[in-house]
Design a protein around this ligand. Structure first.
Ligand code: PMP
Length: 418
């Protein structure tokens, strides 16, 4: 394209951008929150359990006790995550808190395979990128050094992990969202998981297998969850994996139930530690989930109703991206089959500028670099799009605006380079 042509395009885009700013928008594509219509799907739960407060196995849920949660819910989670009821416990309202607490317990006491507390020495975590900002927020808060690992369509770059782990016993953990990862939507394959589990690493190295989107499919069926605890056992590292999940994006975000699955030794260690903080989880909320969801099939049927609401929103975003940016080839994006996000890569060096332009036009995007440790995107190119919360009309306007901002930023860079 000649400089003249580029200038003409930029002038057109600038006009389009000025019109966008003049529209006085106030739109938000930042957080992956369910829309109100999705929350309505679980409305019947608000009147449960009513007078029916004795669990099927006879627990009076109004009273204290049962730190590992209701067996009926453990069975549902155990099937959802292919971890089995025995090795799966049902906890409080947020899986993120469980991850946080496990890291704090490990820093203070070490885990079951540690020779000394993690906090007694500088330690590191492997961080597949782009990844979940709140994971990186926990490790940053506690001074744990984070190392970027590429997240590929089949999972993290295991060769890079192998090299780092072999040389460095101070690497104690790894974040990983195995199904419909945040924000790429990528799913870890059986092969990558097996290789990861077999790697030589410090005895107290742990994979934080955050299966937050295990059942959140946008296609006919979610991939079968990998029996990751069995696989860890087969690899001779039975304590290596903590599996996390929750019903936050199944029922009510922030008022759901969290799950933790791991080896018996790890679960005993966790319950011993958490028992200093709580006599037990909110069993009334757990019971309400059991009554509403019934079983793993009930969860899948419920998720199909979510899919009906959100799949068209994902499609809309993809259509707008293709329509506005497909020809220009200045951006690439993921086409996830599940999860809550689309990961958009714009021209290197223009993500922050695109996000700033959008902000000035009244469109809030997740802050530049959010999907990377230390909020630093080494290429300044990644933007996380969260399509679920806005209405379809809002989403259409916002995405069209984002495309204008990305194209304008790209033409600026191209013209600067002339
Ligand atoms: N893990 C991932 C990968 C997530 O995307 C989210 C929500 N954005 C969470 C955990 C939070 O889950 P919870 O509400 O159970 O803390």
């Amino acid at each position: 394209m000649s400089v003249e042509e580029l200038r003409t395009i930029r002038t057109d885009l600038q006009k389009r951008y000025d019109a966008l700013c003049a529209a006085g928008l106030k739109l938000d594509l930042t957080r992956g929150k369910p829309g109100a219509d999705q929350l309505d799907l679980s409305a019947p739960m608000l009147s449960l359990p009513g007078d029916d407060y004795i669990s099927p196995s006879g627990t009076d849920c109004r009273n204290y006790g049962g730190v590992t949660g209701l067996p009926e819910l453990r069975a549902i989670f155990g099937e959802m995550f292919a971890t089995g009821a025995e090795r799966t416990i049902a906890l409080g309202n947020a899986s993120l808190q469980v991850m946080h607490d496990i890291i704090v317990f490990s820093l203070l006491h070490g885990n079951v395979d540690s020779e000394k507390p993690w906090g007694a020495q500088p330690i590191k975590f492997l961080c597949p990128v782009p990844g979940y900002d709140r994971h990186f927020g926990i490790t940053e808060k506690y001074g744990i050094e984070m190392i970027n690992i590429a997240m590929n369509p089949n999972g993290p770059d295991v060769d890079a992990c192998a090299q780092l782990l072999a040389d460095d016993p101070s690497i104690k953990g790894m974040w990983l969202v195995p199904t419909y990862s945040n924000p790429t939507g990528y799913t870890v394959t059986d092969d990558v998981a097996r290789r990861l589990l077999a790697l030589d690493a410090a005895a107290d190295f742990r994979v934080f297998w955050d299966n937050a989107y295990a059942v959140h499919t946008l296609v006919d069926a979610a991939p079968a969850p990998l029996p990751i605890l069995d696989m860890a056992e087969e690899a001779g590292h039975q304590n290596r994996v903590y599996v996390f999940g929750s019903t936050s994006k199944i029922t009510f975000a922030g008022a759901g139930v969290a799950a933790l699955a791991s080896s018996q030794a790890n679960l005993d260690w966790f319950t011993r530690n958490i028992s200093a903080a709580t006599i037990g989880p909110d069993k009334i909320n757990q019971l309400r989930h059991v009554q509403f969801l019934r079983d793993a099939d009930g969860v899948r049927a419920h998720m199909a109703r979510h899919r009906e609401i959100i799949a068209p929103k994902f499609q809309l975003v993809l259509d707008i991206l293709e329509d506005r940016m497909g020809d220009a080839k200045i951006a690439s994006w993921t086409s996830p089959e599940g999860g809550y996000f689309i990961s958009l890569d714009v021209v290197d060096g223009t993500a922050a500028r695109t996000i700033a332009l959008a902000k000035d036009a009244g469109i809030a995007l997740t802050a530049a670099g959010s999907a990377f440790p230390y909020k630093t995107d080494p290429h300044d190119r990644n933007i996380r799009i969260a399509p679920t919360f806005p209405t379809t009309d809002e989403l259409r306007t916002a995405m069209d605006g984002v495309a204008t901002c990305a194209l304008l930023s790209a033409t600026e860079v191209l013209l600067d380079a002339q």
